[in-house]
Write a protein that binds this ligand. Structure first.
Ligand SMILES: Cc1ncc(C[n+]2csc(CCOP(=O)(O)OP(=O)(O)O)c2C)c(N)n1
Length: 322
């Protein structure tokens, strides 16, 4: 059973991600944010369910589509928005943009947009934890596209061999940019079985079912810590808008209209709101209040980001070898 407080909190966390990204998308046209953006609208349950209850000392890594993971791990919204605006107050001093987020105080340890490249970084961090005899978890979020990179296999093998406390989370949204998974991977390819063949236990969970993700990953995290073993988790989900940018790109027709409709009906947030209203844990008034609270924080955070300074030339040169 999930307490009423946690049920509301799960919804609030998903809403925080959705409303932040919707506002980013809306304001993107103002051209104050000049970095590319990969939004996770539609995929909020995976980040929220997996990251819920983690300690700051547990470390999360991600890739190009990282806003949701960053927010779910407690990353500062002001620093995120500042980063997107290229400001010095950004989490990477405004030098990285949307694809290079980090918040070390909160254990969001980094995002790297070279597909697959953060998998060995996370695995190395779990290895460092082991050498330092730390009991913290490492979680790496990766897309279905990243499972086609060599480092995916190397990292799983190493984590298995060294018995590392790491959770590999594959968010399968069925596409790598415009390429569907069935054009890139054999239909017989089974990611959970691949993990098993490397000695790693695995499971599949519907990536839009927030409560199931939360409950099952709670057990998985315990399992990893108790047995000092890695774990592989596969979650199916769907991004609602284009691969990169703030727009809907359904007119390009690379995704079947029935598939899109199927996933729209499975919206993790709309369905969870309905569920909580039916359970009488939430009503429309409370929901409006919740959204307004998040909205007001976002308005203040955007204002803050817009008012900050750009990095000086000195800072820009600081990390460049002469
Ligand atoms: C090594 C490498 N190859 C290609 C790219 C271009 N690229 C950026 S994102 C992306 C799609 C990755 O798909 P997936 O891992 O499934 O994540 P998703 O975008 O679906 O969240 C590609 C091919 C890249 N950044 N790095």
């Amino acid at each position: 059973m999930i307490s009423k407080k946690i049920q509301i909190k799960l919804l609030e966390e998903m809403l925080k991600i959705r409303l932040t990204e919707e506002m980013i998308a809306k304001k993107y046209y103002e051209q104050k944010m000049r970095c590319p953006i990969h939004l996770s609208i539609g995929q909020e349950a995976t980040a929220t369910g997996v990251c819920f209850g983690l300690k700051d000392s547990d470390k999360v890594f991600s890739a190009h589509r990282s806003h949701a993971h960053y927010i779910a791990k407690g990353g500062s919204i002001k620093s995120l928005l500042s980063e997107l605006h290229g400001k010095i107050s950004g989490c990477a001093k405004g030098l990285g943009g949307s694809m290079h987020l980090l918040d070390l105080n909160k254990g969001f340890s980094g995002a790297v947009p070279i597909v697959g490249s953060s998998i060995p970084i996370a695995t190395g961090t779990a290895w460092a934890n082991k050498l330092k005899k730390l009991n913290d978890l490492v979680i790496i979020f990766l897309g279905d596209g990243a499972t086609e990179e060599g480092v995916f296999f190397e990292s799983l093998d190493f984590a298995s061999l060294k018995k590392l406390k790491i959770l590999f989370v594959c968010e399968n949204n069925f596409f790598s940019v415009y390429s569907p998974i069935d054009k890139r991977q054999s239909k017989k390819r089974n990611l959970c079985k691949i993990a098993n063949s490397l000695g790693i236990k695995s499971t599949f969970i519907d990536g839009n079912d927030i409560e199931n993700i939360y409950l099952k990953t709670k057990q998985i995290k315990k399992y990893i810590k108790k047995n000092s073993e890695p774990f592989f988790l596969l979650l199916n989900t769907f991004r609602y808008i284009e691969h990169c940018g703030p727009n809907n790109d359904d007119h390009l027709k690379y995704r079947n209209i029935n598939t899109i409709k199927f996933w729209e009906k499975k919206c993790p947030i709309v369905n969870y709101q309905k569920k909580l209203i039916k359970r009488k844990i939430l009503d429309h008034k409370k929901l409006t209040k919740l959204k307004k609270k998040i909205f007001n924080t976002l308005i203040k955070s955007f204002k803050y980001a817009e008012e900050q300074n750009f990095p000086t030339k000195k800072i820009l040169n600081e990390f460049i070898d002469a």
